[in-house]
Design a protein around this ligand. Structure first.
Ligand code: PLP
Length: 386
C-alpha cells in the first residue's frame, strides 16, 4: 500500500512506544511502575460525573451539537477566563469549543499555514505542535529550550530571516516536558516580537491550574495588545481529571477564532452537549477539587524529589505541571538511562529525547500514579541506585 509522506515521515508517537515497551515487560510477568505517561490517575469529581449523567438522558442533546460550542459552555469558558486571568472575552466571537485541546492544536495550523510557511516549534515539546505543522505542509523550525535560559526560547537568537518567514509560534507554559514556567515579562517580550513580525502565537495552557507553592500561571492574553494575534488552548483534562472526556476550548482574537472555526466546521461536528454541560459544572462548580489535586501532586512531587536527591541525582523543584524533568547521570543518554531504569528498577519513565533533540540528556517522571505506587517506585530506585 502506498501511504502518504505525511504519515510515513512521522516518528512513532512517543507514548505508543513507551506503552509497547512496558507491555512487553509486563507480559514477562514484571510489575513495572509507570512514571512515563501523564494521565491523571484520580477520578473526575463526582459533581461533574453527575451533571453528565443527568444531561446525557435528555433527548435534545442526542442530535448534532453546534460547531462552535453551546452558548452556555462558551459563556462559562469566558467567565472562567475572566475570573482566573482578569481578561474579558466575547463568548460568541472569542471562544471555541474543542474536542480536547489536542484536537484544537492539531487542527489550528490549517487555519494559518500554507505549504512552505514556517511555524516556530519549541524543542523539546509536546509532539503535536510539530506534527500538526507538517500535516498542513508547514515547515517546523525549532526554538531550542535550554536549562541555561530557564527552558524559555531565546527570542533574540532567532535569525531575522526566520522571523520574517514565520507565521505561527507554539508555546506551552507551564511546560510539558520541562516543567518550566514563564512570567508576564517573557510574554510581553514575545508579544513584541510577534507584532513586529506578524506572527500568531499559539499558547497551550493545559497545565495552568497544576501549580504549587503559591505560583499562579499567567495567560498570554494578560499582555495588552496580545489578543489579536493569540490563540490560547485550555483543557479541562488535567485540571479536573477529565482526560477521557475530550473537552477543552480555545480563546483568542475574533479573526483568528473565526478562521479556526471555519476549519473545524469542515472536520468535526462539535462536542456532545452533555459533555459540554458537564464541563460547565466543572468550570462553575466548587473548585476545592482543583485545590485537592494540587495538594496530591505537590505531595507526590516532594516524595519523588526526596528519593531522587537522596540517590544524588540532579533535579530542580518544579512549581507547576505533573512532571519532574531530570538530567540523566553522567555517562548515559536519555534512551540508555530509560532502559537502565526499566532493567534495574522496573521503572518506566519518558526519555527526554523523545520530545526533541534538545530533550537529550533528560528524562521525565510523571506524577500521575497512586501515592503508594509512587512511594514503591521511589523505594525501588533507592534500592537499585543508592
Ligand atoms: C495533556 C496535554 C494536552 C492535551 O490535553 P487534552 O485537552 O486532553 O487534549 C495538551 N498539551 C499538553 C502539553 C499536554 O501535556
Amino acid at each position: 500500500m502506498k501511504l502518504s509522506q505525511r504519515v510515513v515521515g512521522l516518528p512513532p508517537y512517543l507514548f505508543a512506544e513507551i506503552d509497547r515497551r512496558v507491555e512487553e515487560k509486563r507480559r514477562q510477568g514484571v510489575d513495572v511502575i509507570n512514571f512515563g505517561v501523564g494521565d491523571p490517575d484520580l477520578p473526575t469529581p463526582s459533581h461533574i460525573v453527575e451533571a453528565l449523567c443527568e444531561e446525557a438522558a435528555r433527548p435534545e442533546h442526542h442530535r448534532y451539537p453546534s460547531y462552535r460550542g453551546m452558548p452556555r459552555f462558551r459563556e462559562a469558558a469566558a467567565s472562567w477566563v475572566s475570573r482566573r486571568f482578569g481578561v474579558s472575552l466575547d463568548p460568541e466571537t472569542e471562544t471555541l469549543a474543542l474536542i480536547g485541546s489536542k484536537e484544537g492544536i492539531a487542527h489550528f495550523p490549517l487555519a494559518l499555514l500554507d505549504p512552505g510557511d514556517v511555524a516556530l516549534v519549541p524543542d523539546p515539546a509536546y509532539p503535536v505542535y510539530r506534527s500538526s505543522t507538517l500535516f498542513c505542509g508547514g515547515v517546523p523550525v525549532e526554538l531550542p529550550l535550554h536549562e541555561g535560559n530557564d527552558f524559555l526560547p531565546d527570542l533574540a537568537s532567532v535569525p531575522e530571516e526566520v522571523w520574517r518567514k514565520a507565521r505561527l509560534l507554539f508555546l506551552n507554559y507551564p511546560n510539558n516536558p520541562t516543567a518550566a514556567v514563564a512570567d508576564l515579562a517573557f510574554f510581553e517580550e514575545l508579544v513584541h516580537y510577534a507584532r513586529a513580525h506578524d506572527v500568531i502565537l499559539a499558547h497551550d495552557l493545559a497545565y495552568s491550574e497544576i501549580t504549587f507553592d503559591g505560583y499562579v500561571a499567567p495567560s498570554l492574553l494578560e499582555v495588552p495588545g496580545a489578543r489579536e494575534r493569540t490563540v490560547e488552548f485550555h483543557s479541562l483534562s488535567k485540571t479536573y481529571n477529565m482526560t477521557g472526556w475530550r473537552v477543552g476550548f480555545a480563546v483568542g482574537g475574533a479573526e483568528v477564532i473565526a478562521a479556526f472555526a471555519k476549519v473545524k466546521e469542515n472536520i468535526d461536528s462539535g462536542v456532545f452537549n452533555a459533555v459540554q454541560l458537564a464541563a460547565v459544572a466543572a468550570l462553575e462548580g466548587p473548585q476545592d477539587c482543583v485545590l485537592d489535586n494540587r495538594e496530591v501532586y505537590r505531595r507526590r512531587r516532594d516524595a519523588l524529589l526526596e528519593g531522587l536527591r537522596s540517590i544524588g541525582w540532579e533535579v530542580e523543584v518544579p512549581s507547576a505541571t505533573l512532571y519532574v524533568w531530570m538530567k540523566v547521570p553522567h555517562g548515559y543518554d536519555s534512551r540508555e538511562f530509560t532502559r537502565h531504569l526499566l532493567e534495574k528498577a522496573e521503572i518506566a519513565v519518558a526519555p527526554g529525547s523523545a520530545y526533541g533533540a534538545r530533550g537529550e540528556g533528560y528524562v521525565r517522571f510523571s506524577l500521575t500514579l497512586p501515592d503508594e505506587r509512587l512511594r514503591e517506585g521511589v523505594d525501588r530506585l533507592k534500592k537499585a541506585f543508592s
